[in-house]
Design a protein around this ligand. Structure first.
Ligand code: ADP
Length: 439
């Protein structure tokens, strides 16, 4: 301030002195006035430079000014720098925050007071088929076409959540998206989305499973209770009694087999996969399985099947003996049950080109049409329902085999030609195979 005053006085004094050189008081006053005008002009130029710089607020190009203007520009630069640092840190915080929401497994959409999208994370965009950039600013009800969603969005009860169709793997199979809206601020809304397709599918499967089990148990139970009632109310001959008891025993056996297969399945699902376990000689695995198969064939087939063991040098496979036995028996008994009497069944363990091994059962039965193959291992899926029941099938055999194969790091493979026969194999990886070195 003092400096500016000195500047002003100096200029006025200089200009008056210049006036006095013309030897007149009038010239001196005019000179003083001119000095004052000159000073304000100079001062104005400095102020203008400062204002121009403030417009750009570029702290790297601070104008070099002296005196009060210099002080002003210096202080302004410091304030601007401080604000810049603050903005940078809140921007970084916002970026971090948005990056965290981006990573959320749930979809997040922010809607303004009019229902326009303000921000959408990639999960929600992916679930609902939005473009995370282009669709910002769009009215959400124009993008989500479900009438139920529109009613929910425009209503004022956001306590519940609703299920809408999202973008599925195929247009015919839309995913199931659960939507929940949370109002906040001035009519703004936070919309959360969650893909519940797998949960819904598991729920449907659970419901189907319970329905199937109930159905499977209801039939033999009805037969059993029917005979019990008959025998309680009507006098029956000894021959009739024997027939009834025989039929009742069959139905009880059917239920027993169902329960036993269900228990096996739940054990397989609920227990950890078997480790390398024992090394089991393939010949020793084949022997009891073939004995059971031959016995079954003589009981249910007329004439019995021609059952051949396709022998190869024995080797060892590692795994759980009773699980492998159960899987092998299931495949062998299926071959017997579905191949008409007199047909041929070939079975054995053999090494594969990849160093692994397989247990296979090849039959000359009716074969299976290609459309059934992908569904064969579903629980209770049967192609020939009556044949399965007649021969004591539970519809769970192949589901058990698939589980056993997978638990041993392998898989169940099926090749079949209608009218010619089928080959079912349990393939095991090389890590579970060991050749026996000659003694
Ligand atoms: P099931 O107890 O009914 O035999 P599985 O799970 O073992 O149940 O088999 C599923 C279905 O696959 C059977 O109902 C049958 O229709 C078909 N199937 C299984 N093995 C054979 C086979 N060797 N030949 C023809 N069809 C078969």
């Amino acid at each position: 301030m003092t400096r500016r005053l000195i500047e002003l006085l100096l200029l006025v004094a200089l200009a008056s002195a210049w006036g006095l050189t013309h030897a007149s008081a009038g010239w001196a006053v005019a000179g003083a006035l001119l000095g004052a005008v000159l000073w304000s002009l100079l001062d104005g130029i400095r102020a203008r430079r400062l204002l121009r710089w403030l417009d750009t607020a570029d702290t790297s190009k601070t104008p070099e000014l002296s005196g009060m203007w210099g002080e002003l520009s210096d202080r302004s630069r410091k304030v601007i720098k401080k604000l810049e640092r603050k903005t940078q840190s809140s921007n970084a915080r916002l970026d971090n925050f948005l990056a965290a929401i981006q990573e959320s497994p749930n979809g997040v959409i922010l809607l303004d007071g009019a229902g326009r999208i303000e921000w959408v994370n990639l999960t929600a965009a992916h679930q609902l088929g939005f473009d995370p950039q282009k669709d910002v600013g769009q009215y959400i009800q124009n993008l989500v076409r479900s009438p139920a969603f529109k009613t929910y969005l425009l209503g004022d009860d956001f306590n519940g959540e609703i299920l809408i169709g999202g973008i599925g793997v195929r247009p015919s199979q839309p995913s199931k998206i659960l939507v929940k809206i949370h109002p906040y601020g001035k009519k703004r809304k936070l919309m959360l989305t969650r893909d519940v397709t797998a949960v819904e599918l598991a729920d449907t499967m659970r419901r189907d499973f319970v329905a199937n089990v109930s159905h499977e148990i209801r039939t033999p139970l009805t037969v059993l209770s029917g005979f019990v009632e008959t025998m309680q109310n009507i006098p029956v001959s000894a021959a009739e009694r024997a027939t009834y008891l025989n039929l009742m025993s069959q139905q009880a056996q059917r239920m027993q087999m169902l329960v036993s297969d269900l228990l096996t399945l739940s054990r397989l699902e609920g227990s950890p996969a078997p480790g390398q376990g024992d090394w089991l000689n393939t010949n020793e695995l084949m022997l009891p399985a073939l004995q059971e198969t031959r016995a079954l064939s003589t009981v249910i087939a007329q004439p019995p099947h021609e059952i051949t063991e396709v022998t190869q040098t024995a080797f060892c496979v590692s795994g759980n003996k009773s699980e492998l036995h159960s899987a092998m028996s299931n495949l062998l008994s299926n071959a017997v049950r579905y191949t008409p009497g007199g047909g041929s069944i070939r079975s054995g363990w053999r090494l594969r080109a990849d160093g692994g091994a397989e247990f296979f059962v090849e039959d000359s039965g009716p074969g299976i049409a290609a459309e059934h193959l992908p569904r064969l291992t579903e629980r209770f899926y049967r192609i020939d329902r009556s044949r399965s029941r007649e021969t004591g099938g539970t519809g769970l055999g192949l589901a058990i085999v698939k589980h056993v194969a997978q638990r041993h790091g392998g898989q169940l493979e099926v090749k079949s030609t209608v009218g010619k026969g089928s080959t079912f194999s349990i393939a095991l990886p090389p890590s579970r195979v060991q050749q026996i070195s000659p003694a």
